[in-house]
Design a protein around this ligand. Structure first.
Ligand SMILES: Cc1cc2nc3c(=O)[nH]c(=O)nc-3n(C[C@H](O)[C@H](O)[C@H](O)COP(=O)(O)OP(=O)(O)OC[C@H]3O[C@@H](n4cnc5c(N)ncnc54)[C@H](O)[C@@H]3O)c2cc1C
Length: 382
C-alpha cells in the first residue's frame, strides 16, 4: 500500500469533490427538510460512473474497488451531501451479488445498481434481535419451487428493491441457517412504513413486514449454503463505507469550524487565535487523518482479497471515524457559539447524523467486543 494516491485516484477525488461542491450541504438540508431524496445528485453521480465505481466493468461498473467507492462517498460527505444509500446499494448489495450471485442475477441487478437507476436496500435488523443476529426470526420456507418469506425488520434505510436476510431450516441438520433474498418492493404481502426518527436526513428508515411473501427460486442470492459467507462479504464494505461517511462529515464540520473561527472576532483577534478553540480543532484534524489511514488500509486489504485482515481494519476504521466525526461536529458547533445551533448554519442537524455513526451499521460496543475478542484474544462476554 502506498501512502500517496496515484494520479487516477487523485483525479477521481477531484472530480467527485467538484460534483459535491455544485450541490453542497444547503441542497441536502433543503431536500431533507422537505422529506425528499437527493435524486438529482444521485442520478448525476450514477451517470458519471461514481456510484458503481467498485463494480465489474462487464456489468456497467468502473472496475475499481472499495478504495475508489469509499473515496467517492468520503468526498461527497465532505462536501455536505452524503449519499447514504451508497453504503447499502453498491457497497453491500453490489458486492454480495458480484461475489456470490449467479450470472443471471448479476445481469439482472448489477447494471442498475452501477448506474444508480436501481437502489437496493439491505434488511437485517429486527426489533427483538438487535445486535444479536442469531436471534433473527424472519423465516423462509419452501413451497414447491418457490419460497415464502415472513417476518419483520426495523430501521431499514431507503427501501426500493430490498435484499432481506432471513433464516431457513437446513434440510440435513434441521438447524436454522441464514439466507439472503432479493425482494421486489411491490411483492404482495410486503409492506413498509417509515420509522419516525429525530434525524434530518434525506434517506429515511423503515419498518418492514413480510407476510408469506412469495418469491421465485431465483430470488435467493447465490447458493442456499453460502449465506454466512455472503453476509461476511457484505460486512467489510459496509464498515468501510460507514467510515467514509463519518470521515466526510467530520471533514465538512472541521472546514466550517476553521472558516468561522478565522473570520469571527470577539476580542479584537479572530477567535481561532485562542488555544481553547484552536487545540480541539487541531485534535480533530489528527483524529480524522488517523481514521482515514485506517479506512484506506481496510479498503486496500479488502481489494487485495484479504477478508480477515480487512475485517479487523474495517472495524477499527469505522470505530475511529465515527468517534472523530462526533467530536468534529461537536467542536464545530461549539466554535460557532449560538450560530452552531442556528438553522442557517445547518450544523445542529449534523449532531444527530454524526451520532448515528456510533450506532449504525454496527455499534461502537459491538466493535469493541470484536477487537477485544479477535485482536486481543479476550474471552467473549456475551
Ligand atoms: C440511521 C440508521 C440507519 C440504519 N439502517 C439500517 C439498514 O439499512 N439495514 C439494517 O438492517 N439496519 C439498519 N439500522 C439498524 C442498525 O444496524 C442497528 O440499530 C444497530 O445494529 C444496533 O442494533 P439495535 O438498534 O437493535 O441496538 P441493540 O442491539 O438493542 O443495542 C442497544 C445498545 O446495547 C449495546 N449492546 C448490545 N449488545 C451488547 C454487548 N454484547 N456488549 C456491549 N454492548 C452491547 C449496543 O452497542 C447499543 O449501544 C440502521 C440504524 C440507524 C440508526
Amino acid at each position: 500500500m502506498s501512502f500517496v494516491e496515484d494520479d487516477e485516484r487523485r483525479a477521481l477525488r477531484a472530480a467527485v469533490a467538484e460534483l459535491g461542491a455544485r450541490y453542497g450541504h444547503g441542497y441536502t438540508l433543503k431536500k431533507a427538510r422537505a422529506g425528499q431524496h437527493l435524486d438529482e445528485l444521485w442520478h448525476e453521480a450514477g451517470k458519471l460512473g461514481f456510484l458503481g465505481v467498485n463494480l465489474p466493468e462487464e456489468y456497467g461498473g468502473g472496475g475499481g474497488g472499495m478504495y475508489e467507492l469509499s473515496l467517492v462517498l468520503e468526498e461527497l460527505s465532505a462536501a455536505g451531501c452524503t449519499l447514504l444509500m451508497m453504503v447499502v446499494s453498491p457497497a453491500i448489495c453490489g458486492t454480495i451479488i458480484t461475489r456470490f450471485g449467479t450470472d443471471a442475477q448479476k445481469e439482472r441487478w448489477l447494471p442498475g445498481i452501477a448506474d444508480g437507476s436501481m437502489i437496493m436496500a439491505f434488511a437485517i435488523t429486527e426489533a427483538d434481535a438487535g445486535s444479536n443476529s442469531h436471534k433473527l426470526t424472519t423465516t423462509a420456507r419452501r413451497d414447491g419451487a418457490d419460497w415464502l418469506l415472513s417476518g419483520s425488520k426495523v430501521f431499514i434505510s431507503g427501501v426500493d428493491q430490498a435484499m432481506v436476510v432471513g433464516r431457513t431450516e437446513d434440510a440435513r441438520t434441521g438447524r436454522l441457517k441464514p439466507v439472503l433474498f432479493a425482494v421486489p418492493t411491490d411483492a404482495p404481502g410486503f409492506e413498509w412504513r417509515p420509522v419516525e426518527m429525530d434525524l434530518v436526513m434525506p434517506d429515511k428508515q423503515f419498518l418492514l413486514h413480510l407476510d408469506d411473501v412469495r418469491l421465485p427460486a431465483d430470488a435467493l442470492i447465490g447458493d442456499e449454503d453460502a449465506a454466512l459467507m455472503q453476509l461476511f462479504a457484505g460486512l467489510n464494505p459496509e464498515r468501510i463505507m460507514a467510515a467514509a461517511t463519518a470521515l466526510g462529515i467530520g471533514r465538512y464540520a472541521l472546514e466550517k469550524a476553521v472558516g468561522y473561527v478565522t473570520q469571527r472576532e470577539v476580542w479584537g483577534t479572530p477567535i481561532g487565535a485562542h488555544q481553547g478553540l484552536a487545540h480541539p480543532l487541531a485534535q480533530v484534524k489528527i483524529e480524522l487523518e488517523l481514521a482515514k489511514l485506517m479506512m484506506q488500509k481496510a479498503a486496500t486489504l479488502y481489494d487485495d482479497g484479504d477478508d480477515m485482515g480487512a475485517g479487523e481494519a474495517a472495524n477499527m476504521a469505522k470505530y475511529a471515524a465515527a468517534e472523530a466525526s462526533v467530536r468534529a461536529v461537536d467542536q464545530a458547533v461549539q466554535s460557532h457559539g449560538g450560530n452552531g445551533l442556528a438553522s442557517e448554519y445547518g450544523l445542529g442537524t449534523l449532531l444527530a447524523t454524526s451520532r448515528a455513526g456510533r450506532i449504525a451499521p454496527v455499534s461502537r460496543e459491538m466493535i469493541l467486543n470484536f477487537v477485544a475478542q479477535f485482536s486481543l484474544g479476550l474471552p467473549k462476554s456475551y
